[in-house]
Design a protein around this ligand. Structure first.
Ligand code: SF4
Ligand code: ZN
Ligand code: ZN
Length: 314
């Protein structure tokens, strides 16, 4: 190895390719991918996300986070022969976008020998998302952004699919970045009590709601992308044409700028919320914030606004 190369701090043999600023470690490709798998295992153990014989539905959209999660969980599963993985992909019916993602998700499942279940908005709700957007445009009733309504419909679709295949848990690929952005967004929207519900493992709310888990909640998004790149995993990189959550983009940029100047700040935000979540939950209970009986989303009504919207569509 020449003098200007950095040696990996873990194996002390191979050349480092990545500097993890929040831990001060330089890592080679092999030690980096192992570290992601170990960190995910540690998160799963810390929050007791799985039982040894769980059937786990993994939400795989085809993007970098979800395909990386599928590959990491396939590794984790090797040590748990009684556990079972099934990938679930939701086809929202977004022209020119979802078709490629579906193909990529299917390819990854085939490579890993994981069963793949596809559910569509059309078969579940009677309309593609493109049709819903067109139909509801201009309706006063709809004050939600496309992503907000699509997000709840996706959750519903994933839950229905997970329940249909008899899954005990539903794993989603929310990263540390998603979690911290959502915390900030809830504060910026004045919806701070929602933070109580955004947990790494959801509570048992209703027998029809499969418990959701987030094994990547302590992994920065940059590292899930790097994991996919290092392992040569194929993923879809084209953005969704409706992805225009302006405030989330601002929150992302702000957090990334802060992380650059103060490495580890996203972890600090995440851990701070973990500490005060019980107090937020208590306040939420007092204020009557419960879960929608249809989809499990936080709501002060029995049925949340999006589920009401869905009924309205029908
Ligand atoms: Fe749905 Fe928004 Fe995701 Fe597009 S980006 S699939 S509209 S949630
Ligand atoms: Zn190494
Ligand atoms: Zn609902």
């Amino acid at each position: 190895m020449s003098d200007d190369t950095t040696v990996c701090n873990v194996c002390k043999r191979r050349e480092a390719f990545f500097f993890r600023s929040y831990s001060g470690m330089s890592l080679c490709k092999r030690c980096f991918t192992q570290s992601i798998e170990e960190k995910t295992r540690a998160t799963i153990a810390k929050y007791q996300m799985f039982k040894f014989d769980d059937k786990i539905a993994v939400a795989v959209s085809g993007g970098k986070d979800s395909v990386s999660l599928l590959h990491v969980l396939a590794e984790v599963e090797l040590r748990h022969p009684k556990a079972q993985l099934v990938a679930v992909t939701v086809d929202e019916g977004i022209k020119g976008y979802r078709d490629e993602a579906l193909k990529i998700a299917a390819e990854n499942c085939e490579e890993l020998d994981v069963d793949h279940c596809v559910v569509s908005f059309r078969e579940l709700f009677g309309y593609t998302f493109d049709q819903m957007v067109k139909r509801l445009k201009g309706e006063d009733y709809v004050k939600l952004t496309p992503c907000a309504s699509c997000g709840v419909l996706r959750r519903k679709a994933l839950n229905t699919a997970a329940r249909k295949i008899g899954a005990d848990k539903l794993a989603t690929a929310h990263t540390l970045d998603d979690e911290t952005q959502t915390i900030l967004l809830n504060i910026l929207h004045g919806d701070v009590l929602r933070i109580a519900k955004e947990k790494p493992v959801t509570d048992e709310v209703h027998p029809k709601l499969v418990r959701r888990i987030k094994p990547f909640c302590e992994i920065p998004e940059r590292e899930t992308a790097l994991y996919a790149y290092v392992r040569g995993i194929r993923f879809q990189s084209a953005p969704c044409p409706y992805a225009s959550e302006a405030l989330r983009n601002d929150a992302r940029m702000m957090l990334n700028r802060m992380e650059e100047k103060h490495p580890g700040i996203k972890f600090t935000i995440f851990k701070s919320i973990e500490k005060i979540r019980p107090a937020i939950e208590e306040t939420a209970r007092k204020e009557g914030l419960g879960e929608c009986i249809e989809c499990g989303e936080p709501t002060t009504d029995k049925i949340c606004r999006t589920c009401q919207l869905l009924k309205y569509m029908k």
